[in-house]
Structure formats: structure tokens, C-alpha cells
Design a binder for this molecule. Structure first.
Ligand code: ATP
Ligand code: MG
Length: 298
């Protein structure tokens, strides 16, 4: 387990203004990390990740058996911050039957003709399951805030100065509803630096096997970097709640991101009062009889 003091540092404090510039994107945010050195820290992080992946496998089984909670994990980030890789690695040990990943792209015509939460509601995890949102309803207060021309077909009266505040409020109410119904909500912002994003884009351009990952749209969105940072700061501040917290995860080093995300997911599951269902006397009697029948077969 990663020490709580490091995790607390990533967990956003309620009610405070957020300046993403104050959050480190690299590996060396603590003096003791620097003293330890990058190579040793990386080795340690990878060992921790492996332990957490094993723990996650059994925690998921227990979540499924317990059948009272579900876990919704939201990933938001700028392009090339490593959402896909993090999801792939952190979920590599879990039973696919108990876990589903949804990637939300530009909404379809059908999706646009409903309320903005509709397409996400349809894909929420059932009890006992883990649902991962690769992008989410937060896009509706991020990309849509940076490009307000994306808002279509709304009554004029609703496009007022309260518009974004109202959307944050809708999101908070939605998440409160989920939490009250047994869904645990975890929100990760993978915080990659502009310099590292450039490096990753360049790799996608220069390495033929990575060419397919490059999209011209990613580059055009990069031009809006500071607008995005501002939109993230506002959205995170307005929607960070005790029951549905945001974590700002350094994302310039993939091993850092993966170790932290896995640890937070594991300790969140560990913090629930999960238990295997207790069988009633009548059920135990049925098991006992079944055992006797099988034993009688010789
Ligand atoms: P990858 O690039 O790794 O495949 P991705 O999540 O970036 O993953 P893309 O198809 O490149 O997927 O991009 C999806 C695009 O859809 C993003 O630019 C995102 O901002 C946009 N998008 C997602 N949700 C919405 C929304 N509600 N309204 C408008 N645009 C959205
Ligand atoms: Mg993309």
C-alpha cells in the first residue's frame, strides 16, 4: 500500500480553488522520492502495482459476491496522457465478467437529442460490478466548455450565465444519487504536462508502429491547452465532493500513474464493508444434502 500521506496529496481538498500548475506531473514530488532515486522508485512502484493487481482480483470477486455496491471509475485527461494504457494495465487481473469499460467519443445524433447525462446513465455498472468510463459526462463541462458551439438544440432561456454552474450542479446531484444507491465513485484526472504531451505526439509521428494513434484533432485541441486547464480547474473544484472525490494523478511517467491508480482503487475497495453472503440454515441444509448425495456415489 502507498502511504496515505502521498495519496492525500493527490486527493483534491473540498471547496478550494485549484491551480493545476501547483500539481506535479512527474515522479519526484517529494524530497524522499528524490533521495530514493528514479530507478529504485520505479522498481518499487512496479512491485506495488503487481501486489495491488493480485489484491484487486480478489477484491473484485468479493464485490461481486457481496452484491451491494458497484464501483464507477472515471478517467479524464488531455490526449496522450495514458488513459488507455492505465485502464489496460490496472484492469489486467480482473474477471472480464465483472468489469466493463466504456469509451465515450463525440456524441451521436441520437445521444445529442437526449439530456446530456443520458448516454452515461445507460452504461452505469450494475451491483457487484466495476464500470470504467474512459471519458465521461465531464466532457460536457470540458470539451463543450472550450467549444461552446457544440451546445445545440437547447431552449434559448437555458443558455444563460448559470449554464455551467447548472451543469456542475446536475453532475453533483447525479453522483449523489449514485452514491446513495450503493455506487462508489472514483474520479481520476491524469495530469500530463504540455511538454510530455508533445514528446508522446512526436513518438506517434516518428514511429511507424505508433502512427495509427495520431489524430490531427489531438493537435488542434493542444492549441486550446490553457482553456482546457481552466475548464478542468473549474470542473474539478465544483464537483469534488467527499463521497465522489477527484484525484489528480501525475501522468508524465506511466509507471507512476499505474501504481497510484491501482493503489487508490484497491484501498477504496478495502475500505468497504464487503463480505461473502452468509447462507441461511435452510441453504446450509441443502448444501449438506448435496454433499451427502455426491459422497454416496462412492
Ligand atoms: P484515443 O485517442 O486513445 O483513441 P480518445 O478518448 O482521445 O482515445 P478519440 O476518438 O480520439 O478518443 O476522441 C474522442 C473525442 O470525443 C475527444 O476529443 C472528446 O473530447 C470528444 N468527446 C467526448 N465526449 C464528448 C461530448 N460529450 N461532446 C463533445 N465531444 C466529446
Ligand atoms: Mg484521442
Amino acid at each position: 500500500m502507498i502511504k496515505q500521506k502521498y495519496i492525500n496529496h493527490l486527493r483534491v481538498s473540498s471547496g478550494k480553488k485549484i491551480h493545476l500548475k501547483d500539481f506535479d506531473t512527474g515522479w519526484d514530488q517529494f524530497e524522499e522520492f528524490k533521495e530514493y532515486g528514479k530507478d529504485k522508485l520505479k522498481e518499487h512502484a512496479n512491485i506495488l502495482l503487481q501486489q495491488n493487481l493480485v489484491d484487486l482480483t480478489s477484491a473484485q470477486q468479493l464485490l461481486y459476491a457481496d452484491d451491494r455496491y458497484s464501483l464507477l471509475i472515471i478517467f479524464q485527461a488531455m490526449d496522450a496522457a495514458g488513459k488507455d494504457g492505465t485502464i489496460k494495465h490496472v484492469m489486467s487481473g480482473v474477471n472480464p465478467q465483472g468489469c466493463q469499460v466504456f469509451s465515450f467519443k463525440k456524441p451521436s445524433e441520437e445521444e445529442l437529442s437526449h439530456n446530456f447525462l443520458w448516454r452515461y446513465m445507460k452504461n452505469l455498472p450494475e451491483r457487484g460490478r466495476i464500470g470504467i468510463f474512459n471519458r465521461s459526462y465531464y466532457e460536457d463541462v470540458l470539451v463543450v466548455k472550450v467549444h461552446p458551439e457544440l451546445i445545440k438544440n437547447l431552449p434559448d432561456a437555458n443558455r444563460n450565465s448559470e449554464f455551467w454552474g447548472d451543469r456542475y450542479e446536475d453532475i453533483n446531484s447525479f453522483e449523489r444519487h449514485l452514491v446513495r444507491n450503493g455506487t462508489v465513485v472514483l474520479k481520476f484526472f491524469l495530469n500530463v504536462s504540455k511538454v510530455e504531451q508533445k514528446k508522446r505526439f512526436m513518438e506517434r509521428l516518428l514511429r511507424p508502429e505508433k502512427n495509427w494513434k495520431f489524430s490531427a484533432a489531438d493537435l488542434s485541441e493542444r492549441a486550446y491547452w490553457s482553456d482546457y486547464m481552466h475548464a478542468y480547474e473549474e470542473a474539478i473544484r465544483a464537483t469534488n465532493t467527499e463521497s465522489a472525490p477527484w484525484y489528480i494523478i501525475p501522468a508524465d511517467n506511466k509507471w507512476v500513474t499505474r501504481a497510484l491508480v491501482a493503489d487508490i482503487i484497491c484501498s477504496t475497495l478495502r475500505g468497504l464493508d464487503l463480505k461473502f453472503p452468509k447462507l441461511s440454515d435452510a441453504q446450509l441444509k441443502i448444501l449438506d444434502e448435496a454433499r451427502k448425495i455426491l459422497e454416496a456415489e462412492g
